[in-house]
Design a protein around this ligand. Structure first.
Ligand SMILES: [Fe+2]
Ligand SMILES: [Fe+2]
Length: 288
């Protein structure tokens, strides 16, 4: 039986990414799938180097790394660089062993139907914009003294494409509303209620509503996401008599609360084909 190692946010943390690749190999997973905030920062030399190092590790371990975009991935640049380079399943090939799942992408692995929806709201948006503005001012000041560096600070820390508009999301969702078995996203669906939630600002809710719309339309048995940097499991309704198991995964050590960090909470193994009945045994207790 094939399995996929599902992983939470990595944020370009090379050690954590390489560790997860090694864990994938140890767990006999030829595929690893990162649920956003992977570290797609190819507008910087460090970001390109990160892709190269992770790709090298993945090749060595014979693992293919897939990711959807989080709010901290520059997805506009992924499209700019790799739109013409899709594999047979429609993933964009960023490196030989690193592939990107665009928003609304669907595919089938071992008979299991998947869909991916990236994006989320950044709660630190104002800090990121202020830092970009400061960087721009610094470059302009240096230019007055003869430096030729370009003021390319805009969209280097905060990405305007971080979440879809309702119209964009509606169009992507309407393109195919047939059910899926497993839904993958960066953000949580609105109805999921983890014990600890650092994304409950009003600005976070529109995108959570979009993901909830995807759950209600596609009725997955299982939904996996990152973004909260917190491991939890919940059951939510996706229809009058149907339930979706939601699993949120933890992130890399730097992005998580150090006092209770546990790397093993940042990943889980999903055996394929996925069988809905294997995870919804809690349903009768939860049904009202
Ligand atoms: Fe994150
Ligand atoms: Fe995030």
């Amino acid at each position: 039986m094939a399995s996929v190692l599902m992983a939470g946010d990595i944020h370009g943390n090379t050690d954590h990414a390489v560790n997860l690749v090694r864990i994938s190999a140890r767990q006999a997973c030829e595929r690893m799938f990162v649920l956003g905030d992977f570290g797609a920062w190819e507008h910087t030399p460090e970001g390109r180097h990160y892709f190269d190092v992770v790709n090298r590790a993945a090749r060595k371990q014979r693992v293919h790394v897939y990711f959807l975009d989080g709010n901290h991935d520059k997805s506009s640049l992924i499209h700019e660089l790799y739109d013409g380079d899709a594999d047979d399943d429609g993933f964009l090939v960023c490196r030989s062993n690193i592939r990107y799942a665009p928003r609304g992408h669907r595919w089938v692995w071992e008979g299991t139907r998947f869909a991916a929806f990236g994006g989320a709201y950044s709660v630190d948006k104002s800090w990121r914009l202020a830092t970009e503005a400061q960087k721009k001012r610094n470059v302009e000041r240096r230019r007055l003294f003869g430096s030729s560096r370009r003021a390319d600070a805009a969209e280097s820390l905060w990405f305007p494409e971080e979440e879809m508009t309702d119209e964009e999301f509606g169009a992507v969702l309407a393109a195919d509303t047939s059910p899926v078995d497993v839904l993958l996203a960066h953000d949580k669906p609105r109805d999921a209620a983890p014990d600890w939630n650092r994304k409950d600002l009003p600005e976070c809710l529109p995108n959570q509503d979009r993901i909830q719309r995807a759950v209600n339309a596609l009725r997955p048995g299982l939904m996996l996401h990152g973004h909260l940097h917190y491991r939890y499991t919940d059951m939510i309704r996706c229809g009058p008599d149907e339930w979706t198991q939601v699993d949120g995964l933890g992130g890399d050590p730097e992005a998580s609360r150090p006092q209770d960090y546990d790397r093993d909470q940042s990943w889980l193994v999903l055996p394929l084909p996925y069988r809905r009945t294997s995870v919804d045994r809690e349903q009768p207790e939860l049904a009202s």
